[in-house]
Ligand binder design. Structure first.
Ligand code: FE
Length: 357
């Protein structure tokens, strides 16, 4: 009989390994088991429960899960080393996935199924072949604006957010947040470092207030008129658009969304993605699970449950908020997924120099 230790870890923001290890007092079964899979997940979306239970239902493989944020998971993997019970790692940012790869926390896998389903630019390819990690869903980083304060023509590219015409209008969360660092990493790729630093300086001079809060707080700032424009990931906006709350309906009516850079490089998209842990004891189950996440059923779930864009080829979905935002489709940037990670350190140094907190 397969013995599983039931456990539950809640999301924590962790600073030090000692704190980390004591907070994660719960532990996973560390020996290999035929019908078990240990997942460390940064996907903070309650709708994902259905994904896990459907997998268990169809395969009989029991999932044990640790929930933490991206940084907490990477720190934990490092601290655990070869005794880590983790099989699958799910993170919600390309730069953090890249970090996991270069820190040697993942192992490359071979999968014809993933190669067929996931577009090549969303697969990180190690020099010795295979797939190091890959995007399972994308989220676009878009601009919301208040049409009573700002015209669309003034905010329809990322570059224009730094234009002096937008002085005192920009709201944005901390520059060092992974969602922003990935956008800045992509801008560094498109514009080169010198122009990107000037652009970042322009963003700082255009801020309506010091960076604070999450993406939803920025959207609220635009609706209230405190900000003219803000950056947000699309699923936060879609969540508000699909909300039944009367307050949210009023809020959504006051804002407009624009997908930046449609006539140039395309809108920046980040990924939520997955990898197999370097010391996975249940490697076959791990690959099976990742292949399942690329299946049409799971991809549909990302779209309809959490308002993310599916990445697998040919998957159809009918999320009304995503359709309404784009009119069906939009042009996303095409960058090799590892590029934003490579530029992270540069981007952070630029933020420090221009005083973008
Ligand atoms: Fe998020």
């Amino acid at each position: 009989m397969v013995m599983l230790h039931p456990f539950y870890c809640v999301k924590h923001h962790l600073l030090a390994f000692s704190v980390l290890l004591s907070i994660f007092g719960c532990h996973l079964v560390s020996h290999a088991q035929d019908k078990a899979l240990n997942i460390y997940s940064a996907r903070h979306y309650p709708t994902d429960e259905a994904l896990y239970s459907d997998f268990t239902k169809s395969t009989g493989i029991q999932i044990n899960r640790v929930d933490a944020d991206d940084a907490g998971i990477l720190a934990r993997l490092k601290a655990e080393g070869s005794s880590s019970p983790a099989d699958v790692i799910l993170l919600v940012d390309a730069a953090r996935l890249w970090r996991g790869e270069i820190d040697g926390l993942f192992q490359p896998i071979q999968s014809k199924v993933l190669e067929a389903a996931i577009p090549p630019q969303l697969r990180a390819k190690p020099s010795d072949g295979g797939i190091a990690w890959f995007g399972l869903s994308t989220r676009a980083r878009v601009v919301v604006y208040n049409p009573s304060k700002v015209k669309k023509e003034a905010v329809d590219t990322y570059e224009k957010l730094a234009d002096p015409v937008n002085k005192g209008k920009l709201c944005v969360r901390s520059g060092s947040h992974p969602y922003n660092l990935s956008l800045f990493g992509s801008m560094t790729e498109h514009l080169g470092p010198a122009k990107t630093e000037i652009w970042l300086k322009g963003l700082v001079s255009n801020m309506a207030r010091s960076p604070k809060g999450g993406d939803t707080d920025q959207i609220k700032g635009v609706a209230s008129g405190e900000c003219g424009m803000a950056l947000t990931n699309t699923y936060y906006l879609a969540r508000l658009m699909r909300s039944e709350s009367a307050d949210d309906k009023v809020l959504v009516a006051k804002i407009t969304v624009v997908f930046p850079n449609q006539s140039t490089t395309g809108t920046h998209v980040n990924v939520a993605g997955g990898a197999v842990a370097r010391y996975a004891k249940n490697k076959n189950n791990a690959v099976l699970f990742l292949e399942y996440l690329a299946s049409p059923a799971a991809q549909n779930h990302f779209a309809n449950g959490n308002n993310e864009w599916p990445v697998s080829k040919g998957v159809r979905f009918d999320n009304p908020a995503l359709q309404a935002m784009t009119g069906g489709t939009f042009k996303s940037e095409v960058l090799p997924i590892s590029a934003v990670g490579v530029n992270q350190i540069k981007a952070q140094q630029m933020l420090d120099r221009v005083g973008f907190r």
